[in-house]
Design a protein around this ligand. Structure first.
Ligand SMILES: *Cc1c(COP(=O)(O)O)cnc(C)c1O
Length: 355
């Protein structure tokens, strides 16, 4: 298939009329931000007595964003933060998808949240299954898209398969899909591949999402990241709940993001453990296939996924049974744990092969 770069998409025309007309809520902290002098803040009806959280949080999360901007190499103006990437994804739906009219494209087997959010927002879902080696079926995807196809979700590295999509197929999709492409990079920090967030200028219809929930070890604080053109970021900012990232989350993110070495070492250990686990899984006689992983989990095909899943549960180990997912017959998804946890997993897997 030839790659024909379409004329630059008019992003404005993809935005819902109601969103374009919206006048955002203006919070007290939006209207005035103290910068230098100590100010007396009597504008937001807060309790004035300091306990660390008596003030509303920064609605623009400027400190967190500037740290993330340094780490990721993306300007603050191209960044939006959310209460987990799930909130970010929901905001994207609300900007671009007109309920009961528009549709989205997803590529099963993939992250379940796209479908939930589409249903929640009354948006039709077009499913185009990944190929046998879990790559996007580019021609099929483009032929299924119509004038109401506003979003195409590419999860790369993909959950639950673990692989990344080839840059050729992503490039072809970004060049030819006439809506917004959302690349979900929740697992990018476990991959050797480059983030698409560096290509926002080249592709104005691109949105990249990341999260602090996986490699950064902060699933509990709920902080999701969105990278996009300033045009898209400005619209998302206009519709987000004003104080969507709470003070405790912002403080904890600032604290944790300063320990870069700790995170880097943890990622290194997880990747070493992934390699080790793969070679050990090869010795388990009912493991029929180990899929290549760019993430912190491994998808394996076994003889009987539900039987093996239950055997592990009985021995106190919880993994994810993915056997009902398209293309994932008898597949189990194993998250990489600590070295000790992985040892328990592999011992147990070997033990149950006798039963
Ligand atoms: C875990 C995960 C996320 C993270 O969502 P948060 O709301 O940021 O915790 C996003 N996308 C995929 C594909 C995931 O697996």
């Amino acid at each position: 298939m030839t790659v024909t770069k379409t004329t630059k998409l008019d992003i404005e025309s993809l935005i819902r009329p109601a969103i374009k007309a919206l006048k955002p809520y203006s919070s007290a902290r939006d209207e005035f931000q103290g910068v230098s002098d100590p100010m007396v803040f009597l504008d937001a009806n807060e309790n004035p007595f300091d306990n660390g959280v008596n003030r509303y949080p920064d609605p623009k999360q400027r400190t967190v964003k500037s740290i993330l901007s340094d780490i990721k190499g993306i300007p603050v103006e191209n960044m939006l933060l959310g209460n987990g990437s799930d909130e970010v994804l929901d905001l994207i739906f609300r900007v671009f998808c007109e309920p009961n009219q528009d549709n989205i494209l997803i590529l099963p087997p993939t992250y379940g949240m796209y479908e939930v959010l589409a249903n929640l927002n009354a948006i039709e879902i077009k499913k185009i299954q990944l190929t046998d080696d879990f790559q996007p079926d580019v021609e099929n995807i483009l032929s299924k898209a119509d004038k109401n196809s506003k979003l195409l979700f590419l999860c790369s590295p993909n959950n639950p398969t673990g692989n990344s999509f080839t840059s050729e197929s992503i490039t072809e999709l970004v060049n030819n899909f006439k809506g917004i492409i959302v690349i979900d990079e929740a697992y990018i920090d476990f991959s050797n591949g480059e983030s698409w967030s560096t290509k926002l200028e080249e592709f104005p219809n691109l949105i990249v999402t990341q999260t602090l929930s996986k490699a950064y070890g902060m699933a509990g604080i709920r902080l999701g990241i969105c990278f996009a053109s300033t045009q898209i970021i400005n619209v998302l900012n206009a519709i987000k709940p004003p104080y969507n990232v709470n003070e405790l989350t912002q403080q904890k993110a600032i604290e944790q993001l300063s320990s870069k070495e700790v995170t880097a070492n943890q990622i290194k250990t997880i990747l070493e453990e992934r390699t080790k686990l793969v070679s050990e899984l090869e010795t388990v006689n009912y493991v029929l296939k180990i899929y290549p992983s760019d993430a912190n989990f491994i998808l394996v095909k076994v003889d009987d996924a539900t039987k093996r899943y239950n055997q592990l549960i009985d021995r106190g180990i919880v993994i994810r049974n993915r056997t009902t997912q398209p293309g994932c017959d008898n597949c189990l998804r194993l998250t990489i744990g600590t070295p000790e946890e992985n040892e328990v997993l592999i011992k147990t897997l070997l033990l149950i092969s006798e039963s």
